[in-house]
Design a protein around this ligand. Structure first.
Ligand SMILES: Cc1ncc(C[n+]2csc(CCOP(=O)(O)OP(=O)(O)O)c2C)c(N)n1
Ligand code: SF4
Ligand SMILES: [Mg+2]
Length: 305
């Protein structure tokens, strides 16, 4: 046998609930690409779907947990990190993947997200950032850019959009990656890498809601929005414009450099850059194991007394 890289061919049917398909998502919605990337990352890491749990909130994004064939929970709006924390404390051996929309994660669920990061509970949290409340018809979200038209900002938003990367750093998450649905190799690899983190790993995915947000902002086709991601990750935050010119960035001591990462993963800079950023801090410890031990000890004490 040659030394050529062995490609793993995955059949989506093995990972999705075929009887629930097709999805309710609009044709061309980035959510399909993201679900595909998650499933591929899980397959590449050879995780057993019986030991994977997907927890979602409410929104177009929230519907994903209905389609992936693992232990899924479709929870209430904004509470996915709280439910995921419960699952991880009860079953620390599980791989927990939380999927949320930008409104789900940063508006109503902002508090839960911040504290799950602060506690460093072991989960991969995927935030699908499409700049808008998609499911409910196009209200502005915390990531609607300045000037972005929505049903609640008809003259264009004048609020500063939130920067999820800065929030992750401040709250203490040990890993953050940003990818787009236009750069699928780096998207899949970001999720794959997140799955190796001992603790909270946040992956922000810039996605397209052409049907609602795009139509209101002069980009009615999926292709318009996806093409715009090449240089326009600033749609999330003007501050990202500068970063959009840079290749993938890995920070913190003891972590592979971007160059090493590319060499190991065998992909070109363009394929994996995603105009994004990956950072990770070393020495992360998933506290869910400790919480679980302490809870069990306390229960034993209560039974004994
Ligand atoms: C407690 C509660 N408040 C409000 C809603 C209505 N609601 C459902 S989804 C949603 C926002 C969805 O936006 P986002 O999280 O960005 O997800 P997307 O649809 O864009 O994927 C809102 C406000 C709800 N279901 N529950
Ligand atoms: S409304 Fe937007 S986010 Fe929801 S499925 Fe359609 S394109 Fe996707
Ligand atoms: Mg949204």
């Amino acid at each position: 046998m040659s030394n050529a890289t062995v490609q793993i061919s995955i059949t989506l049917r093995d990972y999705l609930r075929a009887d629930r398909l097709p999805t309710t998502w609009c044709a061309g919605c980035g959510l399909g690409i993201i679900m595909n990337a998650i499933v591929q990352a899980v397959a590449y890491r050879r995780l057993d779907m019986d030991k994977v749990s997907m927890v979602s909130g409410i929104g177009c994004t929230g519907r994903m947990s209905g389609y992936v064939d693992c232990n899924t929970v479709h929870t209430t709006h904004g509470r996915a990190p709280a439910f995921a924390t419960g699952i991880k404390l009860a079953r620390p051996e599980m791989t927990v993947i939380t999927v949320m929309g930008d409104g789900d994660a940063m508006s109503i669920g902002g508090n839960h997200l911040v504290h799950a990061m602060r506690r460093n509970i072991g989960m991969v949290a995927i935030v699908v950032n499409n700049n808008v409340y998609g499911l409910t018809g196009g209200q502005s979200s915390p990531t609607t850019p300045v000037g972005g038209v929505s049903t609640t900002t008809t003259a264009g938003s004048f609020e500063r959009p939130m920067d999820l990367e800065a929030l992750a750093r401040t709250a203490g998450a040990p890993f953050f990656a940003r990818a787009t649905v236009n750069h699928t190799a780096s998207l899949t690899m970001s999720i794959e890498k997140a799955l190796t983190v001992d603790g909270f790993a946040l992956v922000e995915v810039i996605s397209n809601c052409h049907v609602i947000y795009g139509r209101m902002n002069g980009m009615p086709e999926a292709s318009d929005m996806i093409a715009a991601m090449d240089g326009d990750t600033w749609r999330t935050n003007p501050a990202l414009l500068k970063r959009a010119d840079q290749s993938i960035r890995v920070t913190a001591a003891g972590v592979e450099t971007a160059q090493e990462l590319r060499r190991r993963e065998g992909v070109s800079q363009d394929e994996r850059s995603g105009r994004g950023v990956i950072w990770t801090s070393s020495g992360s410890i998933d506290l869910s194991h400790r919480y679980q031990r302490e809870m069990t000890a306390r229960q034993h004490d209560e039974v004994a007394t």
